[in-house]
Structure formats: C-alpha cells, structure tokens
Write a protein that binds this ligand. Structure first.
Ligand code: AMP
Length: 282
C-alpha cells in the first residue's frame, strides 16, 4: 500500500494507476479507524480497480476546539488495517498541505445547514464541504463511499456533487454497530466504562421510536415517548430527536406512504457528543 503525504506525489501515483478504463474508489476519513470505516473501504475495494483512503482530521469542520484537541488518533494502526484489507493507497496530508493559507471561499448550504446537526454545529458543514471538495479535486474518484452514520453529511455532499457537477457516484453505506447496538464511532474511544454503557440509550431510543412508528403510532406520539424516555434518566443528555424524510431531511407526517424515513438523534455522554440514526420504510 502506498502511503502518500503530498498532493503532488498522490497526483503522480494516480496518473500512473488511474488510467482510462479503470475505476477509482475513494473513502475519506478522519482516522482512528474501526469496522465502520473498513466496511466502506472493503466495498470500494470490491467494486473498483483502485481504492484510495484519506486520513485527515479536518480542523475547519470542528466547531468545538475541545473536540478537535481530543479527537483520537492511531495512524500506525490505521495503516495496518488498510493494508490488511488491500487498500491501494492512503493519503495522509498535514494541515499545511491541505490549508497552506486559510480558505476564503465558503459554502452556502441553504436549509440543510440550519436543521439538525447544522443547528448545533455552526460552520461544521461548510468545513466538510470545503475539505471534501478539495479531496475530490485532488483524488478525482469515480465512486466515493460515505456512511449513513453521518446522514446529514451524506445528504449535503450528494447535493454538492449534483449542484457542482462532480462526475462522482456517491455511495451510502449502512451503519456498522457494536454487538449491543451502539453505532461504531471513533469518538467511542473517549468513553469510559460507565459512559460506554450509558451511550446505549441513543440506540435504545431509536429502537423504541421505530417500534412505535411501525405499530402505527403518530410522529407526535413517538416524539413524546422518546422525550419521556430521556426525562426518566440522567445518564445522557439528548440534544435532538427528529423524524425526517431520509432524502431531504425535512419533517415528515403520517401517512408516510412507504417512503424512507430517518429517525435521527444526537446528544452527549459526559463530554462526548454522539449521533445515530435509523432509516426505516413505513
Ligand atoms: P469519520 O472518520 O468519522 O469522518 O468517518 C469517515 C466515514 O466513515 C464517514 O463517511 C462516516 O459516515 C463513515 N462511518 C463512521 N462510522 C461509521 C459506522 N459506524 N458505520 C458505517 N460508516 C461509518
């Protein structure tokens, strides 16, 4: 596996391997890799001639300096895992390489930046759009792989690709979970034993909501059941729980008409902010 830190070196490598008739799959990550990340990379390896993963903890998408400071890092382990599954190259630039000077250009993401995560993480999606568009221009993939775990990120990047005519096929991959249901996340490494147990509340709330909706309960009833669930405990702090259209992320109301509905949740376990979601068809 090629390990590349410089943009010019990556371009030279890609020019030699990504020749006409071959397909290039790309998996952008912030490292501290787990099975969730690897499921994206494995899918890319299966369906493309060449797979490139990137590892870059992008400072412009952190609205909370403490979160950036404590973001877990395990580069040697990441390289070992990617090598083991047959990834062709890993791009690991430093801040200077990606932002030789602060970016002046910013993105107006419209309503998608004012709801859900956008409400609580000001500037986050601008940072995501900025880094992913830079990476897309550097790597020029045919297929790009993202997790449903960050559903709003996927919806926004899908719009970015459409609105800016990137010739890239966007692939959304399902959430990989721990055996007890907790969505895998690099941030889970920051949880102590007690917090790790408590973190399951978000998954349990999603299950409760899913059962409610599937048994014919209304959106309002389901939301108040979830609110009750969190009021009865003080182990985690709920930031939001919403029931939205999985494609537009706009509020939905029954009758759902067989569409994909996303149950989205976010909150804190101690100092660590976690997100999760279910997509169901009702
Ligand atoms: P991150 O390193 O957190 O920026 O994530 C990199 C990519 O991996 C994003 O597309 C995430 O949505 C995806 N990802 C993170 N956690 C999971 C998971 N548990 N299952 C599937 N994909 C995931």
């Amino acid at each position: 596996m090629k390990i590349v830190k410089d943009i010019p070196d990556l371009r030279i490598f890609l020019t030699s391997v990504h020749v006409p008739g071959t397909s290039l799959g790309f998996v952008p990550t912030m490292g501290a890799l787990h099975e969730g990340h690897l499921s994206l990379a494995k899918e890319s390896i299966k369906n493309n001639d060449i797979t490139v993963c990137s590892i870059f903890v992008n400072p412009t998408q952190f609205n909370n300096p403490d979160d950036l400071l404590h973001y877990p890092k395990s580069p040697e382990e990441d390289i070992r895992m990617l090598e083991e599954i047959g990834c062709d190259a890993v791009f690991m630039p430093d801040n200077q390489m990606m932002y030789p000077e602060p970016a002046v250009i910013s993105f107006n993401i419209g309503y998608l930046d004012t709801i859900l995560e956008g409400k609580f993480r000001k500037g986050h999606f601008n940072g995501v759009a900025l880094i992913v568009s830079k990476l897309f221009n550097i790597v020029r993939p045919d297929n790009a792989y993202f997790g449903q775990k960050d559903l709003q990120q996927f919806v926004i990047l899908n719009r970015l690709v459409k609105d800016l005519s990137y010739p890239i096929n966007m692939v959304r991959m399902p959430i990989v979970r721990e055996p007890d249901g907790l969505a895998m996340s690099s941030r889970n490494r920051r949880l102590n034993k007690e917090e790790r147990k408590n973190a399951l509340a978000f998954y349990q709330a999603l299950k409760l909501a899913q059962e409610n909706l599937q048994s014919g309960q209304t959106v309002n009833n389901t939301k108040s059941e979830v609110a009750d669930f969190f009021q009865k405990q003080n182990k985690v702090k709920l930031e939001y729980f919403e029931i939205v259209d999985a494609e537009t992320l706009l509020d939905v109301k029954e009758p759902f008409g067989g569409r994909e509905v996303a149950l989205v949740i976010a909150g804190y376990v101690g100092e660590v902010r976690l997100i999760d979601n279910f997509i169901i068809r009702i």
